[in-house]
Write a protein that binds this ligand. Sequence first.
Ligand SMILES: *[C@@H]1O[C@H](CO)[C@@H](O)[C@H](O)[C@H]1NC(C)=O
Ligand SMILES: *[C@@H]1O[C@H](CO)[C@@H](O)[C@H](O)[C@H]1NC(C)=O
Ligand SMILES: *[C@@H]1O[C@H](CO)[C@@H](O)[C@H](O)[C@H]1NC(C)=O
Ligand SMILES: *[C@@H]1O[C@H](CO)[C@@H](O)[C@H](O)[C@H]1NC(C)=O
Length: 234
Amino acid sequence: MHRAVLRLLVAAIILYAFISTASAGTAYVAQPQQPNSTTLVQALSDSSVSQILLLTNYSVNDELDQFKDRPLQINRSVSISGAPGLPPASLPVLDLRWKRGKLALCSSCVFEFKDIVVANERQGVGPAFDVFVGKPGSVVATRNIYRLRLACTNAQYTSDVVSSTRRSAVLPGSGSSEAQQQQTVDATYQGRSYPGSLFTRNLTADIPFVVQEGRGPSGGYAVVSSTLHSPDHI
Ligand SMILES: *[C@@H]1O[C@H](CO)[C@@H](O)[C@H](O)[C@H]1NC(C)=O
Ligand SMILES: *[C@@H]1O[C@H](CO)[C@@H](O)[C@H](O)[C@H]1NC(C)=O
Ligand SMILES: *[C@@H]1O[C@H](CO)[C@@H](O)[C@H](O)[C@H]1NC(C)=O
Ligand SMILES: *[C@@H]1O[C@H](CO)[C@@H](O)[C@H](O)[C@H]1NC(C)=O
């Protein structure tokens, strides 16, 4: 009897240790909410969260609008991704709704997007994510992401813009002889093929800090990007 209780207790402790290790620093974000999920803002506001797993497609809608006059300060590195091992067709889509200057990164903070599809992160071409405002040293990194474009700009045009973008002065490969690393590939997304899509394999840039009349500041961070640019087919 005692032994059984003890065994149960040991099992409970092991299970507890397992659960707390598995979830340490990880938040699940979903839309609509699930029993184990939070909103993106809740996850970003919790300073113990360093990894955000997106369980579903997610649009920030208006949840960032509360940071209109004062961006949400992020003082740690955070990574946001889909569940590991998903095939490209199942990667969740994070729609940033062209929000601008709502998330402030500290000078040693790296904000990473990986294994995910990102939509509406900015108007126009270029590697910036308008939602961020940074300090010298802040980095926005993308690894194996797809960017959905509303209007498919010509891959050659985007490629020309990338080629003429100066590499970041603060990230590896900054020498004046270093070129942006990009290629055109035949991409498949959601079962459709997109020949001649642009893959920026290793693109870096310093995004200047700018204040846009009526829309507030954004920029002021460096970007390192490994991204496949896909046209939106909707
Ligand atoms: C979160 O809950 C959903 C169901 O509500 C489940 O499908 C999913 O596997 C859970 N995810 C994790 C990581 O616990
Ligand atoms: C997620 O968004 C993509 C692109 O809009 C869409 O094709 C896909 O069906 C969506 N997935 C779900 C589960 O709604
Ligand atoms: C982030 O760091 C700054 C500077 O150290 C500090 O003033 C601020 O209170 C911190 N904010 C949060 C949300 O931790
Ligand atoms: C990008 O290229 C630079 C210069 O070749 C290299 O030092 C760096 O490690 C590369 N970064 C990634 C993420 O591959």
